[in-house]
Design a protein around this ligand. Structure first.
Ligand SMILES: Cc1cc2nc3c(=O)[nH]c(=O)nc-3n(C[C@H](O)[C@H](O)[C@H](O)COP(=O)(O)O)c2cc1C
Length: 186
């Protein structure tokens, strides 16, 4: 089944090159955006996962992640992109944690060579918007081109299909062969 999906994705690729949709999500909000983005671009979906699991309890998770921020930690990842050199565009999704991206996204960005690639960030958040994430990405990946980012309120993640589609259209990444009508009817 996966092979067939891969082929369909390859056929859906436009002139913009091959797209990877890499995302980190703790509560599932960002995952919804990522799934839409993969569907609309025909890109490959990749979930950034950490060795450690963050506490389900929100306050405990806040404490854990605050400590990571203080220590400028690089949590180890259990998932890896085998063929990063094949991608021209990386749509990078994450929740805003403490005003920027989770430290696991830093680990991800340091693992690969993004030279010549376009990184288009998207996030879900509780009010911060993209925070300092874009600047942080640019610092970690000075050889990549950073495209305009998308910020969606976490509470709106379920209804963000159209926002995601419009963002991708602006970036010229919206796939012609995707059946947007099914998802977003006026
Ligand atoms: C540890 C932690 C820190 C957070 N820090 C912020 C923040 O600084 N600013 C903000 O707007 N939202 C913050 N949030 C809210 C999340 O960004 C928001 O709920 C997001 O949609 C979660 O995405 P997810 O379900 O994909 O994990 C934080 C959430 C958590 C769990």
């Amino acid at each position: 089944k996966e092979k067939a999906e891969d082929t369909a994705r390859q056929q859906a690729e436009g002139d913009t090159g091959k797209v990877l949709v890499a995302f980190f999500s703790y509560g599932g909000n960002t995952r919804k955006l990522a799934e839409n983005a993969a569907r609309y671009t025909g890109g490959d979906l990749f979930r950034i996962e950490t060795e450690k699991s963050y506490a389900e309890d929100y306050d405990t998770c806040l404490e854990e992640t605050a400590r990571e921020m203080e220590q400028n930690a690089r949590p180890a990842l259990t998932t890896h992109v085998e063929n990063m050199e094949e991608y021209d565009v990386v749509l990078l999704g994450f929740p805003i944690w403490w005003g920027s991206m989770p430290m696991a996204v830093n680990t991800f960005l340091e693992e690969y060579d993004f030279e010549g690639k376009i990184i288009a960030p998207f996030c879900t958040h509780g009010g911060s918007g993209l925070g300092s994430s874009v600047t942080d990405i640019e610092k970690l990946c000075p050889d990549a081109e950073t495209a305009d980012g998308l910020a969606v309120y976490g509470s709106r993640a379920d209804q963000a299909g159209e926002q995601v589609a419009e963002w991708l259209e602006k970036l010229g990444l919206y796939g012609e062969n995707q059946d947007r009508e099914e998802e977003i009817q006026e």
